[in-house]
Ligand binder design. Structure first.
Ligand SMILES: [Fe+2]
Length: 163
């Protein structure tokens, strides 16, 4: 038992998922910076600012995830070579237009969402409510920003009215 009442081995699956999140988040972060710098066209001002908001948010979450791993008495993955090797999210090398950038981010979000859900399952199994809570709030945040990005890509003519 460690100082939090966890056996180190019990939280290992959670930590693996958290390290995977760190890897995915770093590539996502750099994709956002890439898009922030290289955005062009009529939506420049709007998306340039939005991408900055998203990478600042990602930067804070990266730190929270790494420090959660340390709190669980494990070591966070800390080098870019390890991130590149482990990440499921790929670096963006292409020249994308505004719409393609938003679509690419939505794809990145899908990977993060899947990674969040796996982490929550593992943490919940280990009785680690602290991680469940933290990652649960990150999940809710990214689901909301995915909705907004998805709404941005939608064609006004295709709204379904259900009321
Ligand atoms: Fe900037």
């Amino acid at each position: 038992m460690n100082y939090l009442g966890f056996e180190k081995s019990k939280v290992e699956t959670t930590v693996k998922n958290l390290n995977q999140l760190l890897a995915n988040y770093h590539i996502y972060y750099q994709n956002l910076r890439n898009f922030h710098w290289n955005i062009k066209g009529q939506n420049f001002f709007e998306l340039h600012a939005k991408f900055e908001e998203l990478y600042n948010d990602a930067r804070l979450k990266i730190d929270e995830i790494a420090e959660r791993i340390l709190t669980l008495r494990h070591r966070p993955m800390s080098t870019f070579s390890a991130y590149l090797e482990s990440a499921e999210i790929k670096e963006n090398h292409g020249r994308l237009n505004d719409r393609e950038m938003v679509k690419a981010l939505l794809e990145n979000h899908k990977v993060l969402i899947e990674n969040f859900r796996k982490t929550i399952k593992a943490a919940s199994k280990a009785g680690d409510e602290g991680t469940v809570d933290m990652i649960g709030s990150f999940l809710e945040n990214i689901e909301k920003s995915s909705w907004m990005l998805d709404a941005w890509t939608a064609d006004n003519a295709v709204f379904d009215h259900v009321w």
